[in-house]
Design a protein around this ligand. Structure first.
Ligand code: MG
Length: 459
């Protein structure tokens, strides 16, 4: 089966080059289920003792459970820009050292010059939907319909933070639900979001079962303010946070059921993952990094490393994958599987993971960069990770430069507890060279997150 899939991939690739518009019937569909702030330890199969996630667990048992899967950043906007473009956000200007994410006052967004996964897949005739949180620019020119997606239903930015308002003594989150470029509800009732996204996703799948499709289902949950539908109130031993994650798990089950009902599950690659680690400062309303140190917003493993399950019955054999992968790798991986050549006019930071998925080889990725804003704070190479700079995720001005860098072996010490820098000067020298070479690949670009409206402060 794996061999036959490889042959199909090869035939698709050749037919795209030689016979444009022909021989594409076996192209896989792609579904990315992207949670928001779901931590490494928040899923049953990743070790959570009191959150029940039977649907995601089943995908992990039937497919690949990745244990070293990362994001391009440990906060939302740059993480999403990385996934969508296959490039580090520093290359698109979608990260900033003080304004860390896009806000309702942002005037910038993902530049038109960037190529999103949806734009790339459209070259092979794919129909694409973004359902859920966008957060890479809310002005019309930056919205999904202007970035290669054929359909959008969701929120333009985060569901909390600067959308918080007090109206008649009541806290509300003034955020619109959008369909296409129009607002359809403001403020959106957040308890309906997971269910509505799921319904929209099921409808999109059903309507496009005869096409090649790409569904980017970017859940708003479990990002605070947490909310779940009536059916999921008090279902979890883990409280509100657990209820919210269990509703997402229900949603995963519905998506899989729909693919099976339509008989297209063997032609669909499903990836379940998260945009960054858990928001620990939210205490009980934040998730868990499990065995990992750190959290959303910092450059320890818990900020960047997330649960990731790849499921594609008939092609993916059940396995636990310990190779490194990142969300930026999805762009080149999908491109290879859909037989679309990579653009040659820009630097890509993603690696093709198709050999790992098809069980025929290793991930090409040996290096992971941990950016905070526009700066590299840490680098992983192989088993080793060097921290050049560390800083608390939020609220503390405690940035610290390390010379020599802190050094951890992530294989023997995944929790980053034991600094072994003094024993491995050669490894540090090697990683310092990686940093030096990497910095040479960067060119200055306009910073998109720095472009914001002047906000008058009411005292
Ligand atoms: Mg997030």
């Amino acid at each position: 089966m794996v061999m036959s899939r490889l042959i199909i991939v090869l035939v698709n690739f050749l037919s795209t080059i030689l016979l444009p518009g022909k021989g594409k019937s076996d192209l896989p569909n792609f579904v990315i289920i992207f949670c928001d702030d779901l931590g490494y330890g928040d899923i049953g199969v990743y070790g959570h003792p009191t959150i029940r996630t039977p649907n995601v667990d089943r995908l992990a048992f039937e497919g690949q459970k990745w244990t070293s899967f990362y994001n391009a950043a440990s906060v939302s906007t740059p993480s999403r820009a990385g996934l969508l473009t296959g490039r580090l956000p520093v290359r698109s200007g979608m990260c900033n050292d003080t304004i860390r994410v896009s806000t309702p006052n942002s005037l910038g967004g993902l530049p038109q010059s960037e190529i999103t996964i949806a734009e790339q897949l459209s070259k092979a005739g794919y129909i694409s939907a973004c359902i859920g949180k966008w957060h890479v620019g809310h002005l019309p020119q930056f919205l999904p319909l202007n970035n290669g997606f054929d359909y959008f239903e969701g929120l333009p930015y985060a569901n909390g933070g600067m959308t918080r308002k007090v109206v008649n003594g009541k806290v509300i989150f003034d955020i619109p639900l959008m369909r296409g470029n129009e607002e359809i509800e403001r403020p959106v009732d957040q308890s309906t979001l997971t269910k509505r996204y799921t319904e929209a996703a099921l409808k999109f799948i059903e309507q496009n079962a005869g096409n090649h499709f790409f569904l980017y289902l970017a859940h708003t949950m479990p990002h605070v303010p947490l909310s779940r539908s009536h059916d999921f109130v008090d279902v979890s031993l883990r409280g509100l946070y657990g209820d919210v994650v269990e509703e997402i798990d229900w949603s995963v089950g519905e998506i899989i059921k729909k693919l099976k009902d339509l008989g297209i599950e063997k032609n669909t690659l499903v990836v379940f993952t998260s945009d960054n680690g858990p928001w620990l400062t939210q205490k009980l309303n934040g998730g868990s990094s499990g065995i990992l140190s750190g959290e959303k917003g910092d450059t320890y493993e818990g900020g960047f490393r997330v649960p990731a399950v790849f499921w594609w019955p008939g092609t993916i054999e059940p396995d636990v994958i310990m190779d490194a992968g990142t969300t930026m790798d999805l762009f080149p991986t999908f491109s290879v599987l859909a037989g679309i050549p990579m653009p040659k006019d820009r630097i890509y930071d993603g690696y093709d993971l198709s050999k790992v998925i098809c069980g025929t080889g290793k991930s090409g990725r040996d290096i992971v960069y941990y950016y905070r804003g526009t700066r590299v704070f840490a680098i992983r190479k192989g088993a080793y990770k060097a921290h050049f700079v560390t800083k608390s995720a939020y609220g503390r001005d405690d940035e610290k430069k390390h010379d020599p860098p802190l050094l951890f072996n992530l294989e023997t010490d995944p929790s980053e507890k034991y600094d072994i820098a003094s024993q491995h000067p050669d490894v540090i020298e090697d990683i310092e060279k990686v940093l030096e070479d990497h910095l040479k690949t960067l060119t200055p670009v306009e910073n998109q997150l720095a472009k914001t409206q002047r906000v008058s402060i009411v005292r």
